[in-house]
Structures are given as structure tokens and as C-alpha cells.
Design a protein around this ligand. Structure first.
Ligand code: B12
Ligand code: SF4
Length: 517
């Protein structure tokens, strides 16, 4: 069959700070290619809807597979599916990915028949079975693990057996030079591990993977690193280097092979402090930037997000990162009940730390515990506003005043950001990039005021809404379910599902508060 894999367009965030290779979709596409299908991939972060419609008209794929990791992309995907079904009525349209897995039934309903199937969970194994069923016995579609259709639902999604066996179809993206993060331009994405053993209440990374945690072998990572030319490498793991041993094994293999890259990763403050040596070692082999999820500036806030890291430890982690010269970015979650005073305190704090600070807005997402337990009524159910840059919960300040405060805080941070990026060391890199025609980052920072302004944010809220997210469940039973396995996409396998040593398992237990498996 001819199969077209499609990544939807950019969100607010992507237009300014970074734009990354669609690694998950490449992995699913490669699985289909290995099953001898003819495969193409279109990334609408860097190509247009006109390119999409042209490809549909000229190539006439039999099967179109959309990747829906982000809730805010749902309307775009549904509209593309409807338009495609009109021009290619015999094509089979499937949607997969992180957010699609948690909203499968709603996506089918929005599609009004244009979307044939939502495929939940990891796509590599399931896609091959789905393609077999579509090409052969269509009544078998509802037996495919993870498949959800109007005719029924298959069994729970199955895990990829060995992560070392899968490969991303990196050659299929047509504009690789467009992916970047800050001065890592261009930048590819790579996976060292999958899943997360913690269970923060605002996050769906753990509910998606059944609180499992699996590793790629150092040999496989080296092979993958050697397969792309970009010097920048974004490590997509939820929490990098949870285990010192794995981090060292990969790092030492990189050093032995003489691979020279610049790396960006995300981790937790307590992991950084526990595994200091491994991060210091990685600094020597190219770790350049790190993202630390601090989330809140007070103990109460951290408890609310169930990140049981005492604030002191978080600040200690920042100190440590500073001490060995890594560029650190941190995230603070603004709550819609913040008032002018609270914003002022945050602004002052942010200006006093050397790190790049990013502010996002507390947003309950399907698949998280807060989606069910959050008692405040949603102000909007417009998918497009669920991008953690818009307020979807009621704000204490009038909405315009809230955005004014938020954006003025972000503007202060942006100026600081600019000062950081234009600091002599970084400015040198920027200048070299410009000489080499690498303009992604420069262009993106020019976009800042176009993207972030109060009028635009308010206009986003005023757009006509064609598709609404179903309401979160409200009863006491539903709240109890928030603690049960109902939230999981992949079935939890308990301790056996986590490739971590006992001492790391104990460390995870000590730093989490949940009672789930
Ligand atoms: C890396 C990452 C990013 C990268 C982007 C990577 C990229 N190119 O897409 C960056 C830093 C840019 C990013 C930004 C944001 N992210 Co982010 N991100 C992640 C993260 C940690 C890993 C994603 C990843 O690459 N995983 C590895 C690959 C291999 O897996 P995958 O993409 O999920 O693909 C697998 C399956 O989903 C499935 N699949 C995917 N596509 C398809 C298609 C088909 C047809 C099928 C069948 C299957 C399938 O199969 C794949 C292989 O197994 C996830 C958390 C997580 N663990 O999933 C959050 C996550 C997806 N991000 C999230 C959010 C909120 C954001 C932001 C809005 C804000 C933020 N937190 O930074 C921005 C917005 C980005 C934007 N598009 O503008 C949320 C999504 C919430 C939601 N419901 O929408 C997540 C789930 C984290 C969380 N729990 O809060 N993110
Ligand atoms: S540590 Fe918490 S926030 Fe980070 S990925 Fe794991 S569960 Fe999500």
C-alpha cells in the first residue's frame, strides 16, 4: 500500500523557541516500510497545507496516518482528514500518538466518518497489524491492539518488544535543516530511554507508558548517533540519566568512537544531584544545554504538582548545574489564580537567577490525574487553546489582565533570554551559524512579538469553536478512577516494567507521592 505519514503544523511554542524532528512518526513510518509498504512522510511544521493537498492529489495514498501528540493539533487533523476523505474517498485514515490515545473516541466523533481508526499507544508494532487488516480482512481491524473504530475497540496496546530493534526513517523528512533548538541549529532528535517511573499529577508521560521505563543499549544509541549529520542532538527522554550506569555506558561509548555532537536534555533536579558525575562527564563530551522542570517556586506548588523534591534541593540542583557551566533553562508553571503580586514576585525571582526561565500555564490534560481531580470548571474546551500558553481554567484576574501580567513577565524573560543568547560566547555561535546559512533561530526570535501579544491571545479565545474537548468526568467514582489503572494506555507491569536497578527504584519511590502501581 502507499502510505503517507503526516505530522501536523506548529503550535505557538514551535514558532519561537524550537522546532524538532518528528521522531515518533519516523519510527512508525520505518516499521511500515520494513513491512514492504511504500512510505512517505510530510511534516507540516515545515511544509504547508498546500504541499499536503498537492501530495494527496498527485500520489493518491491508500492510507494516511496522522501523528497527534499534542491536543492543540486535534482540530487541524480532523479538518485535514475531512478534506482528504472528500478528494480520496477510498483512502483509509488513521490517527495515532500521545494525545490521540487519550481522546480516541472524541476524535472519531469529530471526524464524522472521515477518520477510520485511532491507533492508541506505541505505533511501531500496531501499525503493521493494522495495515495487514486494512489490506486484507477489514473485520480484523477491531482485533488490532490499540485500534479504536466506530465498530469496536481492539485489546490494550502492546509494547515494542525490544527498543533496539526499531529504527527511525530519518531519510523521509524532506527538510531536515529546519529542525533546531536555540543555537543547536540544525538539530536532530534521539531517544536513549522510553517512559518515566515517576507519576506527577499534571503529566501524562507515565500514564501513557503504564509507568514503565525501558532502555536502548549503548550500541544502538551509537549506531543512531552515527546515522545523522546534524551536530545538535535533542535527547527526547522524559528524564535523562535516571541511572548513572546507563548514562556512563552511552557516554563512554561516544567518547571511544570519537563522536562529536552537542546535546540538549531534560531531567529532574533530584536526578541531577544524585548522578552528578554522569552529568559532569557528559559536559566533557558535548552536553551543552539542559532543561530542568522546577515547576513551582514554593513548597505548596510543588506538592500540588506532586513533584516531591524539596524546594531547597531544586535550588541546589540549579547551583550545581551553574557550577559546571551548562546552559540551563527552567520552567515555572503559572496558575490561573495568580494575581499582580504573584507575577511580580516571580518576575523578580526570575531576573535574579542566571538561567533562562520559561513560563507555562497550568493546564489539565486528558490522561493526567489533574484532568479528573481539578475542581475548577474549564473556561473553554477549544482544543487549540490547550497548549500551555493559553489559560483554559478560570483566571482570578480578568483574562486580559492575566495575559497582560503573563506577557509582561514573559517579555522581561525574553529580554533576559536575548541577553543570554547574545552573550559573547553564544553570539559567536550565532554568528557562525549565520555565516553557514543556519537562520532558524534568528528567524524564530524575530517572531516573538508577532506571536506573543495580548490582543492575539484574546483573539484566540474569541475564535469560533468547531470541535470541543469532552468534559472531564466529575463524579466521586471518577475521581477514584484517577488513582486506578483506568488512566493507563499501556498496561502497567509494575516493577518488572522498569529497567532500573533496585537502588534507583528505591530512589524513585522516595521521591514520588503516588500510590499507583
Ligand atoms: C520531546 C517532547 C517535546 C519536544 C518535541 C518533540 C517533537 N518533535 O515532537 C518539544 C520540546 C518541542 C516539546 C514541546 C512541547 N510539548 Co512535549 N513532549 C515531548 C516528550 C517528552 C517526548 C515526545 C517524544 O519525542 N517521544 C519519543 C517518541 C519516540 O515518541 P512519540 O513521539 O510519543 O511517538 C510514539 C507514540 O506517540 C506513537 N505515535 C506517534 N505518532 C504516531 C502516529 C501514528 C499514526 C501512530 C499509529 C502512532 C504514533 O508511536 C510513536 C512510537 O512509539 C513528550 C512526553 C512523552 N513521553 O511522550 C512531551 C509531550 C508530548 N509534550 C507535551 C507538551 C504539553 C508540550 C508543549 C505544549 C509544552 C511543553 N511541555 O514543553 C510543547 C509544544 C510543542 C509544539 N508542538 O509546539 C505534552 C502533551 C500534552 C498534550 N496532551 O498535548 C507531553 C505528553 C508531555 C506531558 N505529559 O506534559 N515536547
Ligand atoms: S518526572 Fe513527572 S513530569 Fe517528568 S516525565 Fe515523569 S511523571 Fe512527567
Amino acid at each position: 500500500m502507499k502510505i503517507l505519514f503526516v505530522h501536523p503544523g506548529p503550535l505557538l511554542y514551535t514558532n519561537v523557541f524550537l522546532r524538532l524532528e518528528p521522531l515518533g512518526l519516523e519510527l512508525v513510518a520505518e516499521a511500515a516500510r520494513r513491512a514492504r509498504h511504500s512510505v512517505r512522510l510530510l511534516d507540516l511544521q515545515v511544509e504547508s497545507h498546500a504541499d499536503y493537498h498537492r501530495m494527496i492529489a498527485e500520489w493518491q495514498p491508500d492510507f494516511i496516518a496522522f501523528s497527534c501528540n499534542y491536543l492543540a493539533n486535534v482540530p487541524e487533523i480532523v479538518d485535514l482528514a475531512k478534506a482528504t476523505k472528500l478528494s480520496l474517498p477510498r483512502s483509509f485514515i488513521c490517527v495515532g500518538g500521545h494525545s490521540a490515545s487519550f481522546t480516541a473516541q472524541a476524535i472519531l466523533e469529530h471526524g464524522e466518518g472521515a477518520i477510520d481508526c485511532v491507533l492508541k499507544g506505541e505505533g511501531e508494532a500496531a501499525i503493521v497489524k493494522l495495515l495487514e487488516a486494512v489490506a486484507g480482512d477489514r473485520s480484523a481491524i477491531t482485533k488490532v491492539p490499540g485500534a479504536v473504530t466506530f465498530d469496536g475497540e481492539g485489546p490494550r496496546p502492546a509494547f515494542v518488544e525490544h527498543l533496539d530493534d526499531i529504527r527511525p526513517a530519518r531519510d523521509l523528512v524532506r527538510k531536515r535543516h529546519k529542525y533546531f533548538i536555540g543555537v543547536l541549529d540544525p538539530c536532530a532528535s534521539i531517544e536513549f530511554s522510553r517512559g518515566c517511573p515517576w507519576d506527577c499529577s499534571f503529566c501524562s508521560a507515565w500514564t501513557f507508558y503504564g509507568r514503565s521505563y525501558r532502555l536502548l543499549s549503548p550500541e544502538r544509541v551509537i549506531e543512531d548517533l552515527a546515522s545523522f549529520r546534524e551536530r545538535g542532538a535533542f535527547i527526547v527522554d522524559d528524564v535523562a540519566f535516571i541511572q548513572q550506569r546507563h548514562g556512563f555506558a552511552i557516554g563512554e561509548a561516544i567518547a571511544r568512537k570519537g563522536i562529536r555532537k552537542e546535546f540538549y536534555l531534560e531531567t529532574r533536579g533530584d536526578v541531577l544531584l544524585r548522578n552528578k558525575e554522569v552529568f559532569q562527564f557528559w559536559k566533557k563530551i558535548g552536553l551543552t544545554y539542559m532543561f530542568l522542570g522546577i515547576e513551582a517556586l514554593d513548597e505548596d506548588g510543588l506538592r500540588k504538582f506532586r513533584k516531591r523534591i524539596p524546594l531547597g534541593r531544586n535550588f541546589e540542583a540549579l547551583e550545581f548545574a551553574r557550577s559546571f557551566g551548562i546552559g540551563v533553562a527552567i520552567n515555572i508553571i503559572a496558575d490561573p489564580d495568580w494575581d499582580e503580586d504573584r507575577f511580580r514576585v516571580v518576575r523578580e525571582w526570575c531576573m535574579n537567577v542566571p538561567e533562562v526561565v520559561n513560563i507555562s500555564i497550568n493546564t489539565p490534560y486528558p490522561g493526567t490525574e489533574t484532568w479528573i481531580t481539578e475542581q475548577r470548571r474549564l473556561q473553554t474546551r477549544d482544543y487549540r487553546l490547550f497548549d500551555i500558553q493559553h489559560a483554559v481554567l478560570p483566571t482570578k484576574l480578568p483574562l486580559a489582565a492575566f495575559y497582560r501580567e503573563l506577557l509582561s513577565t514573559q517579555r522581561v524573560l525574553y529580554r533576559k533570554h536575548m541577553a543570554w543568547w547574545t552573550a559573547p560566547m553564544v553570539a559567536g555561535v550565532l554568528a557562525r551559524n549565520l555565516v553557514r546559512g543556519r537562520t532558524n533561530f534568528i528567524r524564530s526570535i524575530m517572531n516573538y512579538s508577532k506571536v506573543y501579544n495580548v490582543e492575539k491571545m484574546l483573539a484566540d479565545h474569541a475564535q469560533p469553536v468547531h470541535y470541543e474537548l469532552p468534559l472531564p468526568p466529575r463524579s466521586a467514582t471518577d475521581e477514584r478512577q484517577a488513582k486506578s489503572s483506568q488512566l493507563y494506555i499501556h498496561a502497567p507491569r509494575g516493577r518488572a516494567g522498569r529497567s532500573i536497578d533496585d537502588s534507583t527504584e528505591r530512589f524513585v519511590e522516595a521521591t514520588r507521592m503516588g500510590a499507583s502501581t
